[in-house]
Write a protein of this length. Structure first.
Length: 278
């Protein structure tokens, strides 16, 4: 694949990027622009919104309509963009901490409303930018700077949260499974409704170093050997699935979106105003 065809989607004057060597964030960014290119979307009709964190720096490098916003508030800003410009493809990019901790309330309500947006969640199981603290997705008993003897909390399962909250497309992949991740992003961008793509990525600088996976290749090999496709997972026992990463499409249904309902209300208001005028 000629990488040169993707360079038009990047702000090359912002390079080199600030991510650690070997970080999976660059893989996800490439998967996104690859998906946009394959679907031939007009970059001028795509808006990408991020909050704060390592992964949220992605909007600085993407040559689209972009907003680098407040910590945990990317979904709220993106909702405003979608209501103002419903014809746009609106994409939210953020990490597990930004999206599920301080931004968790916005995340679940966007799913509940079935907003016609796509959220790509970079899940590295830790707070990478601020010093390696454990995040909502850090697995139980894993080490972080704020859990040096092991995390005592159970972790969130983003797929379960998004599905239960009402998202109509929910999928998970890893940075090792690049082709699968691209296809899932393509499917999410074409989907009408709230679409969630969780991509498990590596922070070897913190999570890996604290948990005996200190090199990028160590974490990629872990993703390779620990991943189970959803079709196979359905035939496995809970004991067999312990410690595994289940990937695939979990939800893909059609349902009326918030934007469509909002437009009907707007039309009723306008009709009422015209009636009053008469």
């Amino acid at each position: 694949m000629a990488v040169s065809r993707l360079m038009k989607y990047l702000r090359q004057d912002r390079m080199p990027q600030v991510w650690c060597p070997g970080c999976g964030n660059g893989v996800i960014m490439k998967a996104f622009v690859d998906a946009v290119d394959k679907e031939s979307f007009d970059p001028d009709r795509v808006a990408v919104v991020s909050g704060i964190g390592c992964s949220s720096r992605v909007t600085g490098y993407l040559n689209f309509n972009t907003m680098h916003t407040l910590h945990g508030r990317a979904v709220a800003f993106a909702t405003g963009v979608k209501l103002a410009r419903p014809e746009f493809k609106v994409v939210i990019m953020g990490g597990d901490g930004d999206m599920l901790a301080i931004g968790g309330n916005h995340f679940i309500h966007a799913c509940r409303r079935n907003m016609d947006m796509t959220a790509i969640v970079f899940n590295n199981n830790i707070y990478g930018m601020t010093g390696g603290q454990y995040s909502p997705t850090t697995p139980f008993d894993k080490v972080a700077s704020t859990s040096p003897y092991g995390n005592v909390e159970n972790s969130f399962d983003l797929v379960n949260i998004a599905s239960a909250a009402g998202a109509t497309y929910v999928a998970r992949s890893t940075v090792f499974h690049y082709a699968q991740a691209v296809q899932m992003i393509r499917n999410a961008l074409k989907h009408r409704g709230m679409s969630i793509v969780e991509i498990i990525t590596n922070c070897h600088t913190y999570y890996g170093r604290y948990n005996s996976l200190s090199k990028p290749q160590d974490m990629l090999n872990y993703f390779k050997t620990s991943t189970v496709q959803i079709s196979k997972a359905k035939t496995m026992s809970p004991e067999e699935l312990e410690g595994k990463i289940v990937v695939g499409e979990f939800i893909n249904v059609s349902s009326e979106t918030y934007t469509e309902r909002y437009e009907r209300v707007r039309e009723r208001v306008l009709a009422a105003e015209r009636g009053d005028a008469e």
